[in-house]
Design a protein around this ligand. Structure first.
Ligand SMILES: [Zn+2]
Length: 517
């Protein structure tokens, strides 16, 4: 396909709010230059020396924008042994042995759960040694809070020094290969140092190509090291990246950049930009580290963990504002959100709040006054099926209240992949149904928080573009916007909510260039 072409289809949605459907688009030098009637589009493309692409039976929508992902971790996850559902230690050994054959270097896996093991015990480093000898192996438990290392990995990482307090020992005092909590983080940091440049680039490319297959044309990367950011920049500059990635630096990387007075946004070629900094105000509901104003229902001794106070947020935000960085803050509990709201008062840059899992009524108003973007993950509703155990029925109305939030602030739908699947159609299903068919308890209390298909698509395109600060470049197919679009075999607006997971992506274009298949 040349740089100029007309796209003619039964239905081209140029935007979902306002809802506008046309039959013709003209793409020229990566941008949409016309949207309207099919006949006019053909004439215009011919005048510009272009071709005509006819798709009579298909539906075209703007490319989907997943504003909160972890591209590096997704790439690693795609290159790992999947141990979910493994039923015994013997089976785990076989899976690791088979996966590692023919793949050199470190072996990484995730998803094991000893509760499922026939042996009725935790696996040890000696089990893994039997399977793979002296190849270094790291296997993360399903929850992410525990890791199993074999002897070679433990020695190479110097784990007994690295994770001292967080090692699991047997009765004889020997290290079993298991590390927990901060020990897992320390192991992962060391692991990433050992991933060479070429492998890192492959992980990043694998992750972005994987997202593209589902119709995602722009990704937000929520928390990147300098190394990950520069690898992405290189991939963009060498023209190898199939979609756009907007990077929010982690706090360490942001500190380094701001010491050097490096300003944002900073673009590298057409597809990568460094646009902001990502902070954490608290932990997660799963681990009971999300910071709540009242104690956990199932652990009355705790309210979770405050990772940043209002002064910390304000301090970082003012530096970000001076240098042009957006500020994205993870806030899951309502007490964490109080700190973020107070910390952002007076901030005149662009801010977004990530997750917003537990939000009180008074906070909706304050969020609206601040004018922040709200970046939410509908699929959490399905994964956190236990959430009412944590907060109790009394606070059920505060949990994942997407509809309420959308009435006060601009919201964006995202997946936090690899925490949730990157597949936007699964995520839309969760936004539309809230797990009613799966018997999710929260659905009973919050049925009024279901989104409609048209609204959900608006938040997945234009809403997410807004969260990334790209609302005048992507998310719509009107003249002046980037020609990022997805060709679908079905019209999602004609489907029942239950069927949206069956949508088939036929082709994907970024900047007028076909990137899938
Ligand atoms: Zn995240």
């Amino acid at each position: 396909m040349s740089a100029t072409f007309a796209l003619i289809s039964r239905k081209v949605y140029t935007s979902f709010r306002p809802l506008r459907v046309v039959q013709g688009l003209v793409v020229h030098r990566g941008k949409v230059v016309y949207s309207g009637s099919g006949g006019e589009a053909v004439d215009k493309a011919r005048r510009l020396g272009g071709d005509v692409l006819e798709l009579p039976d298909w539906t075209v929508i703007p490319g989907l924008v997943d504003s909160h992902t972890h591209v590096d971790s997704l790439g690693l996850a795609l290159n790992s042994v999947d141990l979910r559902g493994v039923g015994s230690i013997e089976e785990l050994k076989t899976a690791v042995r088979e996966w590692s054959a023919g793949r050199p270097g470190w072996v990484f896996g995730r998803g094991w759960d000893q509760e499922r093991f026939r042996e009725g015990r935790f696996p040890t480093r000696w089990d893994v040694d039997e399977a793979v000898g002296d190849r270094p192996v790291i296997l993360i438990r399903v929850c992410g809070h525990m890791a199993l290392l074999n002897t070679a990995a433990a020695e190479e990482l110097g784990v007994e020094e690295l994770a001292k307090e967080r090692l699991v020992r047997n009765e004889a005092g020997e290290f079993t290969g298991l590390v927990v909590e901060e020990g897992v983080e320390a192991v992962m940091r060391q692991f990433w140092h050992r991933v060479d440049e070429e492998t890192l680039r492959r992980y990043l490319l694998d992750a972005v190509s994987h997202a593209v297959r589902y119709g995602v044309t722009t990704l937000g990367l929520a928390g990147a090291s300098i190394r990950v950011a520069s690898s992405l920049a290189e991939l963009s500059l060498s023209g190898r990246l199939p979609a756009k990635v907007m990077v929010y630096l982690n706090l360490d990387a942001f500190r380094r950049f701001s010491e050097l007075d490096l300003r944002a946004p900073m673009f590298f070629g057409k597809r990568v930009g460094i646009v902001g900094v990502k902070l954490f105000a608290d932990g997660s509901l799963g681990a009971r580290t999300a910071y709540l104003t009242e104690p956990y229902e199932d652990a009355p001794e705790t309210r979770g963990l405050k990772l940043l106070g209002r002064e910390d947020v304000a301090g970082i935000a003012s530096r970000a504002e001076r240098l042009g960085y957006q500020v994205a803050v993870h806030a899951i509990g309502d007490a964490a959100l109080d700190e973020v709201i107070e910390g952002l008062r007076g901030f005149r840059g662009r801010a977004r709040v990530e997750h917003l899992s537990v939000v009180r009524d008074d906070q909706l108003v304050k969020l609206g006054e601040l004018g922040v973007a709200g970046v939410v993950q509908p699929h959490f509703v399905l994964s956190d099926w236990w959430v009412l155990k944590r907060v109790g029925a009394r606070r059920a109305g505060w949990v994942y209240r997407f509809k309420d939030l959308s009435e006060f602030i601009q919201i964006s739908l995202s997946t936090d992949s690899p925490v949730e699947p990157i597949d936007p159609w699964e995520n839309l299903y969760a936004a539309l149904t809230r797990g009613e068919s799966e018997g999710i308890e929260l659905a009973k209390y919050t049925a009024d928080q279901k989104l409609s298909m048209v609204d959900a698509l608006h938040y997945y395109t234009s809403g997410s573009a807004h969260a990334l600060g790209l609302e005048s470049e992507i998310g719509r197919l009107e003249p002046g916007y980037d020609a990022d679009f997805v060709i679908l075999a079905q019209d999602p607006l004609e489907l029942e909510a239950e069927d949206v997971r069956r949508v088939r992506v036929v082709e994907v274009y970024v900047g007028g260039e076909r990137v899938y298949p």
